[in-house]
Each structure stands twice: as structure tokens, then as C-alpha cells.
Ligand binder design. Structure first.
Ligand code: NAD
Length: 513
């Protein structure tokens, strides 16, 4: 089985895994409530995990609170040094962890390795950041006064992650939070908890070697309920949640009700615009990878293709040539580009969306079958679908987390295409392919794309860690990873110091006593 047993062994994943870890200690192994995790690739049982109880959760919070007292006093560059070591450990385990990501989640090995590389990159980024947690200084309007701002550690950061980037999203949050002086509590997706167990084993060595207290990096294994408990917990000042808009609306409401901070990274409905001035050779590559890569299970997956009618037939033909040739199969098998969907529920959503869009008037051009036969026994492999549709169709307005690409025609100017692209409730990633400078700039202007990510001659899928990642509207508005995304993990304080012998008031206010 592709050496998975050995990989699990090296990563410390056992037959039965405990429900939580505080970095150094594991706990909750005796919980009666356990769950078996099966691979979507071949249906094999990989291992099982225990699920945290309310008491376990309480223990973890107490450990985290205790650790925060120490961690926030460690100088930021020293915290960066710990993150540097974590990055190095991840380099050592890259092959194994990448393989487990691929096996547990179903993305192809190259993408599993890519995901671990992203973790390593964010570690490097965070190390640099640990010396750059800058505030500004301002000129005071009062004589002999100094005014500046500083950023202090915030406290406990809850990280709720989705199945599709089962480890990278944790690292975006946890590594930044760590250099910022926060401690984190990670609730991985209940569909992919084993990679979280593995990651926790990897960082344990670093914590031990540096004699750090437990409670800096915590993991709790459980479903939505425990996530909801954390969202409601006033001891957790920031909850960073990645997943569906449905989930984000709930978490946002609960965190908002207690005036906590929520960082929401939710669903997308990403479009690529192909204008009459597009370089189709590069565009088709971007469309293909964007639409079928990770079997359509990226938040940045290309779901809509908005095509100028002058090139519509050409584009359609090129895609119709490519789609039937897609190598679909076991993600650890070299040469395959498309792996399985996460489970048969996801397959049902795929099939249902295709039925619904056809009922609305859409035309299925190719694909849409659930694959069967040798290698496809799990019922989780599907043939990516191409559908001619209209933007306003209910089905097109929704994010179906599966490989369906909707072809949408426009006939007027680029503004018409931009209106279509913006005409959905989500606002994550967007692209235009054009060699025309006016069209490209129109797309990037204030009147252009309304998404958090807007690309020119690059697809929607994937992003570099150096930029802030996230989206607008129902995507939730949060920003993670690069640029100044770190600021949400800290509390900002403005300080004014008077070193004069007077007490002048601001705005020239005078009073006598
Ligand atoms: P999901 O919403 O089903 O689950 C995500 C996480 O939220 C899980 O850990 C789950 O246990 C937890 N959760 C669910 N309900 C909750 C609640 N009421 N309170 C607290 N926690 C709760 O999503 P999924 O199927 O794992 O992931 C796919 C979705 O994630 C897609 O919509 C995709 O676009 C989105 N996603 C977004 C980004 C981004 O950065 N914008 C990245 C990856 C995935």
C-alpha cells in the first residue's frame, strides 16, 4: 500500500490515537468515543482517533492559558528561532507528511508535498517577521511628549481548519500566532485528523529540545460541536476558521456575539475571464489546472469560465479535447492529475449539482460520471464535468466543492465580463487572461474585480504565501499568511508619554482649578 504503514510509523501515528495534545503531553486516549479514519483513495482504514470531551477541552484551555504567561515573555526573535526549528523539522519529514496528506485527504502526491513546502515557507516567513512586528511612531501635538504604537501578544488563538488544506492552513495561522507570542489550539477537520496528529509529533521534538512548557501548540480532535464550543469561549480572543460559508456564518455569529475576533476564510466561486485578447495557450493550462486540480476541492478552484463569444467555440473545443484525457486515479500513483473526492457525500453533491444545473437549462458537455471498476471501487472518483450555463442559475451561484466548470458566454466589453465575475455572493479569487492593457487595468481597478485575489494571466487556483490571502463578501473578509496579516494575531496599543513639567491637554483644552 505505497508504504503507508511505514510512513505512519515514522510520523508517530498509531493504530489508535489520543484525542488531544498540549504539545508535550497526549490525552483523552481512553475516551469511549473514537472514530476510524478511512482513506478516500482506496477505502482502507488508516487508523482511529479518540474525540475530545468537554473535560479534555477544559484541560487544554488551562494548559494553553498557563503557557501563554511564559510564551508572551519570550522575545519575539527567540520565538522566531523556535519556528525556524519547526521549519527544519518539517523539512526532515516533508516526504512522509506529504504522503500522509495525500493518502488521508486524496490530493495527488505532488500537491501533498507542495502543501508541506508551504508550511516550510510560512515558517521562514514567520522567522523574518519575528524581527519586524513593527508599530509606528507619530509626532505628538503636545510639547515634550512622545507617541507611538506597539503590538502585544493577544492570547489563545483557536484554529478551525478544513479538510482540503489539512495542514497548510494550520501553519499559516499557528506559525504567525507563535511569533506574535500567542498560543494556539487547533481543531483540524474531523475528516483529516491524522495529519494533525503527525504534525503534533513533529513539533513535539522541537518543544522538548528547547525545554518549552506544554500548551504553546495544542490540538483537539473533534467535530463541529467542539469547534462551536471554542467559538463561544471568551478565553479564546481570536478564532480563525477556514471552511464553508455555512460554517463561517455560524462561527462569525457566535464570536461576534461575545465581541471576540473572528478571522474567516470561507468558500469561493472563482472565475477566469477569457477576453478576445487572451493568450489561449497559457489560459487553457491555467483553466485546466484550476478546474480539475485537487479534484476541484480548493477554495480557489476555478468554477466559472467567462468567455468572449468570439473565442467561445475555440475554448470549448480545446477543453473538450483535454477533459476526456485527464489522468484520474490513485493520488500516490505517479502520472495521475486528479484524485478522489473526500467522501461519497461529496460525490453526491457533485451528482446533484449536475442534475440541478441541467434542470435549470444548463448543458452537460462532458464528464459527470462516477467512476467504477478497477482502482475506483471506493466510489469517490469522478470524471470532471464541463457545463454550459448562465451565471444567474442557482447552481452556478453556489460553490459545489467538486470538479464542475461552468462555461459562461459574454459578448460585449470587458465590463460585462467583470459584472458577471462579480455577480456572485462569494469573493475569493479571480483572474483575467488578456494581452490588452486596458482590459487588464479595468479588471484591477476600483470598478473591477471585487475579490480578495485578482490575477492577470495567472489562474485563480493557488497563491504565494507572501501576499495576504483571503476574500470578500461571503468568503468572510479574513486575511491570512503574508503581508501584514500578522496584525490580527496581536493587540494594538497606542502609547503617549509626557516628559515635560506641564500637563497640556490634547485639542488645546484648558481648565483652571
Ligand atoms: P466545513 O465548513 O464543513 O468544515 C470546516 C471546519 O469547520 C471543520 O473543522 C468543521 O469541524 C468545523 N465546523 C463546522 N461547523 C462548525 C461550527 N458550527 N462551529 C465551529 N466549527 C465548525 O468545510 P470543509 O468541507 O472541511 O472544507 C471545504 C470548504 O472550506 C469549502 O467551502 C472551501 O471553499 C473552504 N475553504 C476555504 C479556504 C479559504 O482560505 N478561504 C481554504 C480552504 C477551504
Amino acid at each position: 500500500h505505497h508504504g503507508i504503514r511505514q510512513v505512519l510509523g515514522r510520523l508517530g501515528v498509531q493504530e489508535q490515537n489520543p484525542a488531544f495534545s498540549t504539545g508535550l503531553q497526549w490525552g483523552g486516549a481512553t475516551n469511549a468515543n473514537t472514530r476510524a479514519i478511512h482513506s478516500p483513495t482506496d477505502g482502507q482504514r488508516i487508523a482511529s482517533v479518540a474525540l475530545v470531551t468537554a473535560e479534555d477541552y477544559e484541560q487544554v484551555i488551562l494548559k494553553a492559558q498557563e503557557a501563554f504567561k511564559t510564551w508572551r515573555q519570550v522575545p519575539a526573535p527567540k520565538r522566531g528561532e523556535i519556528v525556524r526549528q519547526i521549519g527544519n523539522k518539517l523539512r526532515e519529514y516533508k516526504e512522509d507528511l506529504g504522503k500522509l496528506v495525500s493518502y488521508e485527504m486524496g490530493k495527488i502526491l505532488q500537491e501533498g508535498l507542495g502543501e508541506v513546502q508551504e508550511m516550510i515557507d510560512i515558517c521562514d516567513f514567520a522567522v523574518g517577521l519575528s524581527r519586524q512586528l513593527h508599530g509606528l511612531t507619530m509626532h505628538s501635538e503636545r510639547p515634550a511628549h512622545r507617541m507611538y504604537e506597539q503590538y502585544h501578544p493577544l492570547g489563545l488563538v483557536g484554529i478551525i481548519s478544513a479538510f482540503n488544506f489539512p495542514v497548510a492552513v494550520w501553519s499559516w495561522n499557528a506559525m504567525l500566532a507563535a511569533v506574535c507570542g500567542d498560543v494556539s489550539i487547533w481543531k483540524p477537520s474531523e475528516k483529516t485528523p491524522l495529519v494533525a496528529v503527525a504534525v503534533q509529533h513533529i513539533i513535539k521534538d522541537v518543544l522538548t529540545e528547547n525545554e518549552l512548557p506544554e500548551g504553546i501548540f495544542n490540538v483537539i480532535i473533534g467535530d463541529a460541536e467542539i469547534g462551536a464550543k471554542m467559538a463561544a469561549d471568551t478565553r479564546v480572543p481570536l478564532v480563525s476558521a477556514t471552511g464553508s460559508t455555512r460554517m463561517g456564518k455560524k462561527v462569525g455569529e457566535v464570536v461576534g456575539a461575545r465581541l471576540g475576533k473572528a478571522l474567516l476564510e470561507l468558500g469561493g466561486n472563482n472565475a477566469i475571464i477569457l477576453t478576445e485578447h487572451a493568450d489561449l495557450d497559457i489560459a487553457i493550462r491555467a483553466v485546466l489546472f484550476g478546474a480539475v486540480g485537487t479534484a476541484g476541492q480548493r477554495c480557489t478552484t476555478t468554477r466559472r469560465l467567462i468567455i468572449h463569444d468570439s473565442i467561445y467555440e475555440d475554448v470549448k473545443q480545446r477543453l473538450l479535447n483535454a477533459y476526456p484525457k485527464l489522468p484520474i486515479g490513485h493520488p500516490l500513483q505517479e502520472g495521475n492529475l486528479v484524485g478522489p473526492l473526500i467522501d461519497t457525500d461529496a460525490v453526491q453533491s457533485f451528482t446533484k449539482a449536475l442534475q440541478e444545473v441541467q434542470a435549470e437549462g444548463g448543458k452537460l458537455l462532458t464528464g459527470g460520471e462516477v467512476l467504477s471498476g478497477s482502482g475506483y471501487e471506493t466510489g469517490t472518483y469522478v470524471q470532471p464535468a464541463l457545463v454550459e450555463a448562465k451565471n444567474e442559475y442557482h447552481t452556478v451561484q453556489e460553490e459545489t466543492f467538486a470538479p464542475i466548470l461552468y462555461l459562461i458566454k459574454y459578448s460585449g466589453s470587458v465590463e460585462e465580463a467583470i459584472d458577471l465575475q462579480n455577480g456572485v455572493r462569494q469573493g475569493l479569487s479571480s483572474s483575467i487572461f488578456t494581452l490588452n492593457m486596458r482590459e487588464a487595468e479595468a479588471f484591477l481597478a476600483a470598478t473591477g474585480s471585487d475579490c480578495g485575489i485578482a490575477n492577470v494571466n495567472i489562474g485563480t487556483s493557488g497563491a504565494e504565501i507572501g501576499g495576504a490571502f483571503g476574500g470578500e463578501k461571503e468568503t468572510g473578509g479574513g486575511r491570512e499568511s503574508g503581508s501584514d496579516a500578522w496584525k490580527i494575531y496581536m493587540r494594538r496599543q497606542t502609547n503617549t508619554i509626557n516628559y515635560s513639567t506641564q500637563l497640556p491637554l490634547a485639542q488645546g483644552i484648558k481648565f483652571d482649578i
